[in-house]
Design a binder for this molecule. Structure first.
Ligand SMILES: *Cc1c(COP(=O)(O)O)cnc(C)c1O
Length: 370
């Protein structure tokens, strides 16, 4: 479909076209070898991705959502258990917790990081709590130092939702290497994207990642033996082949996002609330979020000017029809505020300078006219 926006929200062809021949050949190779599910390309990717993150083990799975679900199962989290998490995220974060039979306990976010506020975690810990599941939302690292400290004191698992945080770091250590396990998504538009659904679970605990490898393959423990109740959530060879080409360029993609974010922040700093960059951390800018008042009006004006800005996310998970009844007594004021004021500006590797300028110029005009 032809995109008639002047500035698209994202344009995946900008990363595909320069690698077209290499990616097409990699896909053809998988077809020629018929290694469609798991197989050599998936193993290769698991090695490459764990090497990139400097983490010991990686299991390639079928999506970020299945990664979360299997990470929880691998830690034996299920019926009757509680998992502390954030309501300001993509629905998968809570969906995975509910799907294993556990209950998500939503904690409000910090007003600057938009991530779970560690100061508010302790009062939600109960006898049923098994795990803290922070999200590095937008590519901004959650406060893993505090979260891991609280988890250790209370003997809780930490599972990171790093689906938006490939390449994000705290103190030179990659997001996805702090918890017992971490989950990544390779949904096409993520910082590292495949050509369909794919995901990974990573960690330094061999037993836990081995558990995920069994779970993704029907609970298989040897060729004809099935030892635990599993799922069919394996990574495809074609997705792994695409990722094996693109991962070589991941650092370049991240740096490109960071550069665009720097320009945005410099030009918009006085006009709206721009993202806070925390000391010693690397925000990988899967999303460039701003906060504004009169959000709906501004968004409409941007779109009238063919600038494809979006919202992540307009309805907090605890207010979704799926959850609203169960959580009607919950109140998460900062989550509600950010959901009401947030706009995601276009950001993607290969974005041109004139496109960045078109966004900032248009946005400044709208804000000046308020
Ligand atoms: C994308 C995403 C997921 C789910 O990943 P899929 O691969 O689409 O299943 C989970 N959590 C967050 C925060 C995400 O952005």
């Amino acid at each position: 479909m032809l995109n008639n926006n002047i500035v698209p929200f994202a344009d995946l062809s900008r990363t595909y076209l320069p690698l077209k021949n290499e990616i097409n050949q990699a896909i053809q190779k998988v077809i020629d070898s018929s290694a469609f599910i798991l197989g050599i390309e998936v193993e290769k990717f698991e090695n490459k991705f764990s090497k990139y993150l400097k983490v010991k083990y990686c299991a390639g799975v079928s999506s970020g959502t299945s990664a979360l679900q299997m990470a929880l199962k691998a830690c034996n989290i299920g019926n009757g258990d509680e998992v502390i998490t954030t309501s300001h995220s993509w629905v998968s974060t809570a969906e995975a917790i509910s799907n294993v039979g556990a209950k998500p306990i939503f904690v409000d976010i910090d007003k600057d990081s938009y991530n779970i506020d560690p100061k508010k975690i302790k009062k939600h810990i109960s006898k049923k709590t098994k795990c803290i599941l922070p999200v590095h939302l937008y590519g901004n690292p959650a406060d893993m130092k505090q979260i891991c400290k609280i988890a250790k004191e209370n003997k809780l698992f930490v599972i990171e939702d790093a689906a938006q945080a490939h390449g994000a770091k705290i103190d030179d250590k990659f997001c996805g290497t702090f918890g017992d396990l971490a989950c990544f998504s390779f949904f096409p538009s993520k910082n590292l994207g495949s050509f369909g659904d794919a995901g990974a679970v990573v960690g330094n605990n061999k037993r836990l990642v081995e558990n995920v490898k069994k779970l993704r393959d029907h609970g298989r423990i040897s060729k004809n033996k099935f030892g635990l109740l599993g799922l069919n959530e394996r990574m495809d060879g074609i997705q792994a082949a695409v990722l094996n080409v693109k991962i070589k360029h991941l650092e370049k993609y991240i740096k490109s996002r960071i550069n665009i974010a720097k320009i945005y922040s410099k030009l918009l700093y006085n006009d709206c609330i721009t993202p806070t960059i925390f000391d010693k951390s690397r925000h990988s800018f899967h999303i460039y979020p701003i906060l504004v008042k009169k959000r709906e009006y501004i968004l409409k004006k941007l779109r009238d000017n063919k600038i494809d800005a979006r919202i992540h996310y307009p309805i907090p998970i605890y207010r979704q029809p799926l959850y609203q009844k169960e959580y009607q007594n919950f109140s998460l004021p900062i989550t509600d505020l950010v959901a009401k004021q947030q706009i995601s500006l276009p950001i993607f590797p290969g974005m041109k300078e004139h496109e960045i300028n078109a966004v900032t110029k248009c946005l400044k005009n709208i804000l000046d006219g308020l």
